[in-house]
Structures are given as structure tokens and as C-alpha cells.
Design a protein around this ligand. Sequence first.
Ligand code: NAP
Length: 333
Amino acid sequence: MAERKIRWGLLGAGVILNRWMQGALQVDDMEICAVSSRTERSARAMAEKWNIPQVMTFEEMLDCGDIDVVYVPVPHDAHKELAIRAMNAGKHVLVEKPAAVCAEDFRQMSECARSNGVFLMEACWTYFFPAIGFVQRCLEEGTIGEVRALNCAFSFRVPDEYEGRLTRPENAGGGLLDVGVYDLHMAQIVYGRDPVSIRGTASVNTDHLHLMVDEQAAFIAQYDRGELAVMSSGIRTDMLDTAFIYGTEGYITVPRFWSPDRVQVTREGETAEYSFPVEQKVQGLKDEGYQYEIRHVNACIRKGLTQSPVVTHARTLSVLSQCDSLRKDWHLV
Ligand SMILES: NC(=O)c1ccc[n+]([C@@H]2O[C@H](COP(=O)([O-])OP(=O)(O)OC[C@H]3O[C@@H](n4cnc5c(N)ncnc54)[C@H](OP(=O)(O)O)[C@@H]3O)[C@@H](O)[C@H]2O)c1
């Protein structure tokens, strides 16, 4: 008899959910059972758009024995409460990045997963791209010698008229928690261990919008053999999001490093380019690469794991601890 599919419940009805759905619909081993939002109207619109069979309140979703895993793509400050309620109801959870607004909150979430015997993962989809797998193999095989430095930035410009979570301190807005976490996870991918120190500078309330969040920031992590990761994040400046990984015998370039589909390797003045297009099994959909993360979650749930062996709780905790330290220095907490 065929194994039954993993059954998902979705929360919220925002920007990311519409992007994520394009990946979810490419995955065979899943069934999307229901969507829930604070406003029934937006959940209904989401259900209609994506052909999701049921609209539920969050409480109904938690009580629903047909749902195995809940996806939590809501503003950062709501992650912890919703994830903990879902896990206490026996649901597995995929929670958007950053998994929580500080390391202590994620510690409690991790403990909740452990005590309920359910799976919990931060949705840091970057780890699961074939292009990132290729980069990791190059680093392991010493293709560019010993890695000495990583340089990456993730920063975009919200328009002056934008009103939403990114510019609100009460939603833990600002660049570091929204996109700087991708830089910090990239450093985890490249070095595979925690830095010995991290320091940075942020610009807060520097223009006529008077934003009390990190509008832009630069930060440098140092590792135990002197390696560096030089990183930037922001919500008011568009920056080139290419990662450069420098070794003693060459360098690797990863355009759009947070969701890459190509990689360049340069050695002895010669550059080779490798391409990893995202497979689109369903006509009319344009998945940016969410299918890789979703397949990983389904596989972990099938194995009965409480955490991913890739985006481990330790990795998420490390990234959030670095954010805590930077945000404390910037007087944002
Ligand atoms: N992985 C990625 O590529 C990616 C990309 C973008 C964003 N994200 C992450 O996804 C999360 C959501 O981002 P977004 O841009 O989609 O946000 P968004 O559009 O501002 O909000 C998403 C939805 O969350 C619901 N919501 C808002 N406040 C809530 C609260 N306090 N409690 C419960 N639900 C609430 C809203 O629906 P209702 O008002 O109807 O409840 C809203 O439609 C963020 O943490 C972000 O970092 C990830």
C-alpha cells in the first residue's frame, strides 16, 4: 500500500506564502490540507488562489488530527508563540527565518520540540540548493585551497511609502534579522563552525523616515584560524547579493547567494561556470527553490527526527546569538 503523504497546514496569507506555494506544488510527497490567517477573508483568498481545500482558525488547525506539520510564515515577532502552540498540539513545525527574535526564545522552542518529540526547523532554504551543495563539495575537496575570507551582502531598498513589519521595531524589523541572517548562515555554510567574535556598525534613524531599526549595517566575524566573514545587511539600500569565498588557491563566486542557481570557480586566472537551474515539474509555476527545503522537511519527519541534520538547532542558535550580540551593541534590544 502507498504511504500516505505528509499533510501540511499553512499559517498567514502574506508575501512569502505565495512564493513558497510555487515550490510546495512541485513536491509529490505532500498534501496541503488547510490555510489559516487572523483575517478569514485573506485566508479564503489564499485558499481560492492555490486550491487549498480548507480554511480554518488556528485553534481548529491545532485540533485537526489530519495535519502533521504547520508552516509558520508570519512576522518574526509572532514565530515563537505560534510555533510553540503548534508543537504543544503535537504538530511538526517549519518556522520562517529568523526562527525567533533572540537566541533565548529559540532555546525555548528547541526544548519544546524535544519534549513533545516533534520536528522543528528554521526555514533557511539556502542550505538545500544544489548550487550550495556544489560549493560545499568544492570547499571539502580543497578546490580553492584553504578558505581565508567570505564576503557577502544582502540588502534591498524599501520605498519611502512602505508601511509594514520591516520598518517597525515592535515587529523586530530592520535588515539584520530579515536578511542579515542569510549572511550569517552563509558563514555557517562556508566555515561549518562558530566564529570567535563578531562586531559591527548599524545606521539607525539616519534619514527623514526616522526608522528606529537597523536601516543598514556591516559586520565582521572572525574565526579561530584568523579567517574572516565580512557581511552587510539593510532595508534602505540595494546591494549586490553575490558571495565571494576566497581561498589560498582561488575563489568561488556565488551570485544571489541566498537562493543560487549558478556558481563560478576561479583558479590560476581561469574561471569555470556551473549552472543549477531549479527544476519546474509543474507547468505555469516558477519555483525559486523552496521545493528543496520542503522535501528535506518531509524526509526528516518520515525519519522521526526532532531537528534537521543540516539546519540544526545549534546553527540557528549560533546565528541568533550573533544577532543578539550585534543588536545589543546597536542599542536595538
Ligand atoms: N524564506 C524566504 O524566502 C522568505 C521571504 C520573505 C519573508 N520571509 C519570512 O517570512 C515571514 C513573513 O514575511 P512576509 O513578508 O510574508 O510578511 P507579511 O506579508 O508582512 O505577513 C505575513 C502574514 O502574517 C500574518 N500576520 C501578521 N502579523 C501576525 C501576527 N502577529 N500573528 C499571526 N499572523 C500574523 C498576516 O496575515 P493575517 O493578518 O491575515 O493574519 C500576513 O499576511 C518573516 O519572518 C520573513 O522573514 C522568508
